[in-house]
Design a binder for this molecule. Sequence first.
Ligand code: F6P
Length: 325
Amino acid sequence: IKVIGVLTSGGDAPGMNAAIRAVVRRGLFKGLKVKGILKGYDGLLQGEITDMSAKDVSDIIGRGGTILYTARCAEMRTPEGQAQAAEVCRQNGIDGLIVIGGDGSFAGAGKLSALGINTIGIPGTIDLDIACTDYSIGFDSAVNTAMQAIDKVRDTSASHERVSIIEVMGRNAGYLALWAGIATGAEDILLPEEYNYNEQEIITQIIENRKKGKTHHIIINAEGIGHSQELAKRIEAATGIETRATILGHMQRGGSPTCKDRVYASIMGAYAVDLLLAGKSSRVVAFRGGEYVDYDIQEALEMHKGLPGYQREIAGTLSYNYVKD
Ligand code: F6P
């Protein structure tokens, strides 16, 4: 391995820049040439590739977003797109490629490996929905952003004695919602993994809580359930209590990464370079059981993980709804 490339793909996540920096600096330190590929697989297919120096990644460790830009690339899902991407790598002398993104991005990386390009994935998504790893870059920053926003909504919600539904991102996974719900002491947390929540029970509880003098009621709703505005209308109609829905949206993907995201991203970025140098390909870097490890991409894509059951159970028991005075 003499020349490696790095790209970010899929939704951006705070900490991606720290991972890019680590790939570039670790690669240069080990005597490799490092190329940055712009705009994910889209940019790779268009040959948007630039040489990276140590200075190019100065002062980016604390910046949100990704300096390499990112995209969701439909063409990379086709055999023609995959063959072209491998060809562009060859034309540019890239014999090792590091892809920072989620499962969709790893699927493309797996295809490139099969086409002879040594490829390593690094988990970067705020959703924490990559089964092989306990941690993905961006989750900690996003959940802290969500927590701070929810704390602010709570202030106004309590002043107006309202019910607030706050929708957080996470696609089909409820990790962001569960963590944000525990961290803010939300009365209810609605998760896509347990879609059959009982709306009538929530309404009854809101009325009961109000009788007991509780001035607000926070419901964290995961994006995977959605329809927060409609739910707010139904709750207001059923309880007679003013109810507002707030969809936090893309603000959760922005901002300066937390210390945890910067550190994990730095280690994972360097680890990915070391895997390439050890002659590995088709691997995903992971953090599991307190250690940095790596998995075969196909094996990783076939793994499943659910919400931590104990954590979920505890979240319910700490809610005001279920605690007797
Ligand atoms: O995967 C990250 C994520 O922010 C999800 O939580 C969300 O469902 C999706 O990306 C939004 O994607 P886009 O930015 O393309 O609208």
